[in-house]
Design a protein around this ligand. Structure first.
Ligand SMILES: Nc1ncnc2c1ncn2[C@@H]1O[C@H](COP(=O)(O)OP(=O)(O)OP(=O)(O)O)[C@@H](O)[C@H]1O
Length: 430
């Protein structure tokens, strides 16, 4: 059973630390006055994203490279000015404050980055590096060194190393220095942007465990960004999945991993390497390229790669026929076959015959175009007749589904959860 909701409503009430409401960040590419007037120059890096983070939790943010995770994080922290939307931290709209008030709010919101090397000044000793934010925010005057040494110990380093330089530490230790520095101003919220991605797996696990211990001890809330699902599963209480500038799914961690309700999440999970080669793990499920964020697909942004695209209501396909049409359409789009003979094409894609009716007539015209070497014509005919007519192309999907695990809510941006659509993507009769 599912229920239509707007994603603004899926946010949990309760002890919210951060609320992100309809946040977008567009970049204008190109130069010159005219470029800003043309939509096709606008990179929609983050497009209408809403979620909450509760005090003390870790929200994992996962998605392929380029889907907008870093831009979202920087916009949440107001390191980038949002194009539209709001960020409320402790109930205060960050757009409404400036100057001293924003500066003091910033103490509470810290960020650590992937490359610990790049964020540490090689000419400074680590003690003063940890003290820097305290100085910048005019905090802990007279006790900074003592606090820096205490924090070095808390993050698992030797306080005696206060006088060492960054190059004298390993990658994992340098990330610990970054943690100590972020903690120095006693923040409530830390955005962690791929903090362990540059580290070896065993070191990664140790740093993640330290981060969890610090979370308990200092009452921290994390927004934890990673493209690595096993890291996300290890560290997160809830997980948000991002695709092409938007959130496609958000649920408690076990619920999301055990009961994914968006085909993109399913594909991501299926692409996790399987340790046992005999275990069955489907690979290569994410076919095709991510579309450009300059001109994202209408409706569901994943629809151009989605193996479960819903059939347009105007054609009377059976599920098998629609599956064959989808496979044919994808092969034409990607030019993955050569036309040796008409019989071969028909046999390969429609072994039991091309479907009848109006839909079948479109397929026949596409086959004709291909035999005539007019691939572009076949591709646009199939796209305009089928993909663009799918309910997936028409509306932005926003649904709340019933969670099978845990007590939290489960948001899934997929029209398969609309009433009247069955699990395999066919429209139910009646
Ligand atoms: N300053 C900018 N100007 C123009 N486009 C940008 C800018 N910053 C990011 N983008 C574009 O916005 C989109 C999202 O980028 P972003 O770095 O946020 O993604 P990401 O998910 O963090 O990727 P990665 O994991 O590779 O860091 C990309 O298409 C990127 O090229």
């Amino acid at each position: 059973m599912s229920e239509t909701v707007t994603h603004r409503e899926t946010a949990e009430a309760g002890d919210r630390l951060l609320r992100v409401d309809g946040l977008s960040k567009f970049f204008t590419q190109g130069s010159g006055i005219l470029s800003s007037f043309f939509d096709n120059d606008v990179v929609k890096a983050v497009d209408d994203v809403s979620f909450d983070i509760r005090a003390g939790e870790t929200l994992g943010l996962v998605g392929e490279s380029g889907c907008g995770k870093s831009t979202l994080a920087r916009t949440v922290l107001r390191l980038l000015e949002p194009t539209t939307g709001s960020v409320y931290f402790k109930g205060v709209d960050l757009a409404d404050i400036g100057g001293e008030e924003l500066r003091s709010m910033r103490e509470d919101m810290q960020m650590i980055f992937q490359d610990p090397q790049a964020s540490l000044d090689p000419r400074m000793k680590v003690g003063p590096i940890v003290e820097e934010p305290m100085k910048a925010h005019d905090l802990y005057e007279g006790e900074r060194e003592e606090r820096a040494r205490m924090l070095l110990e808390k993050v698992g380093l030797d306080p005696q190393h206060y006088n060492r330089y960054p190059h004298q530490f390993s990658g994992g230790q340098r990330q610990r220095v970054n943690l100590a520095r972020a903690l120095s101003v006693n923040p409530d919220f830390i955005v962690c942007d791929e903090p362990t991605s540059a580290l070896d797996a065993s070191i990664q696990a140790q740093v993640l465990n330290t981060m969890r211990d610090l979370q308990d001890e200092f009452g921290l809330t994390y927004l934890f960004i990673s493209h690595d699902l096993s890291v996300i599963r290890h560290i997160s209480d809830r997980v948000a999945v991002m695709y092409l500038g938007q959130l496609v799914e958000l649920a408690e961690t076990d619920e999301l991993f055990e009961n994914p309700e968006h085909p993109y999440t399913e594909a991501l999970l299926q692409s996790i390497p399987v340790p046992d080669p005999r275990a069955s793990g489907k690979r290569g499920v994410l076919e095709g390229d991510v579309p450009s964020p300059i001109d994202p697909p209408s409706g569901c942004r994943f629809r151009t790669r989605c193996p479960k695209l819903i059939a347009p209501a105007e054609y009377d396909f059976t599920q098998e026929e629609w599956a064959a049409v989808r496979r044919f359409t994808r092969a034409v789009q990607r030019r993955t076959f050569e036309v040796e003979s008409e019989t071969r094409v028909r046999h390969e894609f429609f072994p039991t015959g091309v479907p009848g009716g109006d839909g079948g007539a479109v397929v026949e015209r596409a086959i004709e175009a291909i035999l005539d070497a007019r691939w572009d014509d076949a591709e646009s005919l199939l796209r305009e007749s089928f993909a663009d007519q799918s309910p997936c192309a028409r509306e932005l999907p926003e649904y709340e589904v019933e969670a099978e695990r845990g007590t939290g809510r489960h948001y899934a941006a997929c029209h398969l959860h609309a009433d009247g659509v069955d699990e395999t993507g066919g429209e139910l009769d009646g």
